[in-house]
Write a protein that binds this ligand. Structure first.
Ligand code: BTN
Length: 337
């Protein structure tokens, strides 16, 4: 079978493949004659057959019914542009989709593309990562075909000190997507973990390139455990983890999820550009699970104990100390006591 990723099927404009798939999808399960396809697409019937054959070679199941036409039976369960684009309703996020079967880290790829001037809204997605990066230099487990590993390039005109606002924006978008697809309401653990029933289901790692007074670009790195099974989690996890499959008891369509996520990012980023950080911060606070609670924050060898009271403009966690003072915490792991 040919690899759909090497053709980056469906990106870079609507290809003939994409147009054929769109026609099949207009009316699910319907038989479309070769003559109709060649008429609508203004190409010969031989060309139609060549494209149908190449779609079949990359994993589309298409039935050829003698003297009647073709019918799309099944699309491959792969995060490829042609499938993500079908039904994607976003303006900015996902303008360009770069999908691959395996990579080192989608964050590294997106960072390199951004340095090469890739446009805002470019999204890099991989089926698997060899060295998925987590927060604080940790590893992010990235087995093939079950989860979502994606990185989005943004170019907001903001000061570097405000870049953490985009981290909050991305975690709220991921929470919205989980809610849309599963009806479960994840809670946010500062700064950027999403939990279901107290177990981590998604993590965010945002990286940026900046000068003293200007952000060049930000890469939002989003990892969501979608259909991962218990046995696929590493044994030595620091905190309990889960997946949407484990929490709902049924497999979740990764394509539906990725579309929901890109759409949520698109809407929230638009709101952010028009109305600033306020609405994002409000929703983050509503979804956060430990405000008003006693917490311990550890970072390297340091430890802070106090009551979590909020986050500030720059994303720092505000912790009220036993002596009444307030500490701004910029990095670390939170435990609710
Ligand atoms: C964390 O919670 O530690 C953050 C995990 C972030 C993982 C995602 S997966 C997609 C993107 N590429 C990476 O290498 N990391 C992020």
């Amino acid at each position: 079978m040919k690899d759909p990723f090497t053709r980056n099927l469906g990106d870079g404009g609507r290809t003939l493949d994409q147009k054929i798939l769109d026609i099949f999808r207009q009316d699910k399960g319907r038989i479309v004659s070769g003559e109709d396809l060649s008429g609508v697409l203004q190409v010969s019937r031989t060309a139609v057959w060549k494209h149908i054959k190449s779609l079949m070679e990359v994993g589309y199941r298409i039935e050829a019914i003698p003297s009647r036409g073709y019918r799309l039976l099944e699309a491959p369960d792969l995060l490829i542009p042609a499938e993500i684009r079908a039904g994607l309703n976003s303006d900015r996020i996902g303008r360009r989709l770069v999908c691959c079967r395996e990579t080192g880290s989608t964050n590294e790829d997106a960072f390199r593309l951004a340095e090469e001037e890739a446009e805002e809204g470019t999204v890099v997605i991989a089926e698997a990562q060899r060295r998925g990066k987590g927060r604080l230099g940790r590893h992010w487990e990235s087995p093939a075909g079950v989860n979502l590993y994606c990185s989005v390039i943004l170019r907001p005109h903001i000061l570097p000190a405000k870049a953490a606002q985009l981290t909050f924006l991305s975690v709220v978008a991921a929470a919205r997507a989980i809610e849309t697809i599963t009806s479960l309401r994840p809670s946010i653990k500062w700064p950027n973990d999403l939990l279901l029933n107290g177990k981590k289901v998604a993590g965010l790692l945002n990286e940026m390139s900046a000068e003293t007074e200007k952000v060049n670009f930000i890469v939002l790195g989003i990892g969501v455990n979608i259909n991962m099974e218990l046995a696929q989690f590493p044994k030595d996890l620091r905190h309990p983890a889960t997946s949407l499959f484990l929490e709902t008891g049924r497999p979740v369509c990764r394509l539906d999820f990725v579309r929901a996520l890109l759409e949520a990012l698109d809407t929230l980023y638009d709101t952010y550009l028009q109305n600033g950080y306020g609405p994002v911060r409000e929703e983050w606070l509503e979804r956060c699970n430990f405000l008003g609670e006693k917490v311990r924050i550890t970072f390297q060898k340091n430890e802070i104990n106090g009551v979590a009271t909020g986050i500030d403009e720059e994303g720092a966690l505000l912790v009220k100390l036993p002596d009444g003072g307030v500490e701004r915490v910029l990095a670390g792991d939170v435990t609710i006591l």
